[in-house]
Design a protein around this ligand. Structure first.
Ligand code: ADP
Length: 461
């Protein structure tokens, strides 16, 4: 089976969140299972400047390798992609994102034909790639090359749909009739994600619970009806993590390696993190870590409401994140109010992220909704105990055996659960057992990749 993956971000080339981790790891896991996988993504500034190994493939296309033999193709267009951000800057989303990502989708499809790379499965991820299944089923339906190519469309977060003004529809070069309720129209706007949902052969999302949640009004962001219509072709497959990257035994970003039989190294990592974050270097006080996009989804509203109670407990809180200005301001205010307790880093910093996963005792992830979530899986690997709201992928991966879970989304429940975690932390023996259990959890990509293969096979049959 030949698979081509399309994604707007892929580790190690460009990343803003979990999507990049997934599309960096899944092709490699599929390759290990014996499949031929290629990846197509935009050629951003960050890749041009940092990926020394990308070489010219043909006009407007560069290439590099992922895993052993997965070929990655980078679609070049400097006026669209040679920018500091992937999707926007401090003023918000780039205004020409429709031009940028429709260009990427069209040129991905052109490239496949030009180089005669005909996949059995074209696996597209999120709204940036959603036009690919649309074009295959419409403008390209009569083209022999694209006939027989099946598409899987994976939704990593329904909260990001790729919405654009109706006036831009003509740019897509699609028949006008497609701008309707049965097509890409959504409350008077263009909705690219909706196009992906309607026109792909199957849809998946990144956890079983989230695949059900998105069919409800509460989590469906207005697309619950469209999704429910396709529920027979809607799958939920939990993400894995890449244990070559997220492993305290081999992680070169952390102060000392450790494993579940040699936990002394974790104490060294905690001390190192406290030093970097200018917090008192105490072992007996629990250190809570957050590594997150700063977005409404991630639970900062209840954290802000509960912050006085939280900061009056014996704990330290290290926060690393970047995102909406509103949350930058909110967190800065909290950090100013509690300078002894909170250390705040408003940036994207991979090295610091590794140090937080290793050096914290508890990983705080009170997301209001969470399609899968990687932070909780990464922190398990480092013996850092996740404290989460019971939703989506968090509900599918965290329970009382490996973490702390609250099931009412409000600040009281959050504060109460942090109290519970701190009480447990004081019981050294029980805490160590919990840490060892957490580190024994396995969320490797192999199992998830096998589930994707079953879906591919279903689509092809
Ligand atoms: P989402 O994709 O919704 O942002 P996930 O939990 O699925 O959330 O994945 C987030 C990924 O991005 C994790 O690998 C996390 O470590 C990383 N990450 C998030 N924010 C930062 C940051 N400020 N610096 C470094 N890594 C970050």
């Amino acid at each position: 089976m030949r698979i081509v993956m399309c994604s707007s971000e892929v580790v190690p080339f460009a990343k803003t969140g979990g999507l990049a981790d997934v599309v960096g790891a899944l092709p490699v896991a599929l390759e290990k299972l014996g499949f031929e996988v290629s990846v197509v993504m935009p050629y951003y500034k960050v890749i041009k400047e940092k990926t020394a190994k990308a070489s010219r493939f043909q006009d407007g296309v560069y290439t590099a390798k992922l895993g052993k033999n997965c070929r990655v193709y980078f679609i070049e267009n400097d006026s669209y992609f040679y920018r500091d951000g992937l999707y926007g800057d401090k003023n918000g989303d780039y205004k020409d994102n429709l031009d940028r990502f429709s260009f990427y989708c069209q040129n991905t499809l052109n490239l496949l034909k030009e180089i005669n790379l005909k996949p059995d499965i074209l696996h597209c991820h999120d709204w940036q790639t959603a036009l690919i299944p649309v074009y295959i089923k419409t403008n390209l339906a009569k083209d022999e090359f694209y006939k027989g190519i099946k598409t899987l469309f994976t939704i990593h977060n329904l909260g990001y749909q790729g919405l654009f003004p109706a006036e831009e529809f003509s740019k897509l070069k699609l028949d006008k009739s497609l701008f309707g309720i049965e097509g890409l129209e959504f409350f008077g706007k263009i909705n690219l994600l909706k196009g992906g949902i309607i026109f792909s052969d199957a849809i998946s999302t990144v956890s079983p619970t989230y695949s059900k949640e998105i069919q409800t009004k509460e989590f469906g962001f207005g697309l619950e009806g469209v999704l429910a219509k396709r529920k027979k072709q809607l799958y939920g497959i939990i993400n894995g993590i890449d244990y070559d990257i997220w492993n305290p035994k081999t992680d070169n970003f952390i102060a000392q390696h450790y494993g579940k039989d040699s936990l002394e190294g974790k104490a060294v990592c905690k001390k190192d993190l406290q030093k970097i974050c200018h917090l008192p270097q105490k072992q007996d006080i629990p250190l809570l870590g957050i590594v997150s996009r700063l977005a409404q989804q991630k639970g900062f509203d209840i954290l802000a409401k509960g912050i006085k109670d939280i900061c009056s407990m014996p704990l330290q809180l290290v926060i690393l994140g970047t995102g909406d200005l509103e949350y930058h301001n909110l967190l800065e205010k909290m950090a100013r109010e509690f300078p002894e307790v909170i250390s705040l880093s408003l940036k994207f910093d991979d090295v610091l992220a590794h140090k937080i996963y290793a050096g914290s005792d508890i990983f705080l992830m009170p997301s209001r909704y969470e399609p899968c979530g990687l932070g909780q899986l990464i922190s398990l690997s480092y013996g850092t105990i996740p404290l989460v709201f019971k939703t989506g992928g968090l509900a599918d991966t965290i329970n009382e055996d490996n973490g702390f879970v609250f099931d009412k989304y409000n600040e009281e429940a959050l504060v109460k659960t942090i109290k519970k975690a701190i009480a447990k932390f004081q019981d050294k023996k029980a805490w160590k057992e919990l840490v060892v259990r957490a580190m024994g959890c396995n969320f490797s990509w192999e199992e998830s990749a096998k589930k994707y293969v079953l879906v591919y096979e279903k689509i092809l049959s």
